[in-house]
Design a protein around this ligand. Structure first.
Ligand code: PRP
Ligand code: URA
Length: 206
């Protein structure tokens, strides 16, 4: 399976705080951003670098910089909660937005926005806290591929086994990074134990 569980005591500690139903929106947002920054370390650890000539105050040297362009693509709305944490680590990244919501009856994704930067050869990190049925992330990745973007990975906070299967089947080229794999979906396609509705908790629309 193309899935990496990003295991770190700080991530596990912060995620547990977020899962608690008494965690308010302010704390939820802050913790989500902090985990996103920590996860970025793992997502980027095999990225290609290239040499760059610079001058320190004392002499010339050959340093290292990331090779190529990077685009971060939050799936609206909850994906916005991960954006700052990732872009703080990769400040030169471009940002694209994909607007999708799950129809409450069918649980299928409904598209309402797509705005992407022009850099088609960029490495893309699609970010969304929840991978439940996988429908939203799979549709977002299909939209990116249709626009010509192909170097794509997916960063989520909590993944259900069902969603991982869907991404692996529909997009076997896409590596998934998650802070946790939870047990299952309930009959409303919410992740168990999960953390509830991530968008509502980020934006205080409960
Ligand atoms: C949530 C979440 C994902 C999607 C996951 O978004 O942020 O985008 O559900 O579910 P899936 O894997 O079954 O598609 P939601 O549709 O609630 O929209 P929101 O971000 O605007 O709250
Ligand atoms: N979307 C969420 O925000 N939470 C879930 O558990 C499933 C989908």
């Amino acid at each position: 399976m193309n899935v990496h569980v990003v295991e770190h005591p700080l991530i596990a500690h912060k995620l547990t705080m977020m899962r608690d139903k008494n965690c308010n929106s302010k704390n939820f947002r802050e913790l989500l951003g902090e985990i996103a920054s920590l996860m970025t370390y793992d997502v980027t650890k095999d990225w290609e670098t290239e040499p760059v000539e610079i001058e320190t105050p004392l002499e010339k040297m050959t340093g290292t910089r990331l090779k190529g362009e990077v685009t971060i693509i939050p799936i609206l709305r909850a994906g916005l909660g991960l954006l700052n944490g990732v872009i703080n680590m990769i400040p030169h990244a471009h940002v694209g937005h994909i607007g999708l919501y799950r129809d409450p009856q069918t649980h299928k994704p409904v598209e309402y926005y797509c705005g992407l930067p022009k850099q088609l050869d960029a490495k893309c990190i699609v970010v969304d806290p929840m991978l439940a049925t996988g429908g939203s992330a799979a549709a977002a990745i299909t939209m990116l591929k249709e626009k010509g973007l192909h170097n794509i990975c997916l960063m989520v906070l909590v993944a259900a086994p069902e969603g991982i299967k869907v991404i692996n089947k529909e997009h076997p080229d896409v590596e998934i990074y998650t802070a946790a794999i939870d047990r299952e979906l309930n009959d409303k396609a919410y992740i168990l134990p999960g953390l509830g509705d991530a968008g509502d908790r980020v934006f205080g629309t409960l």
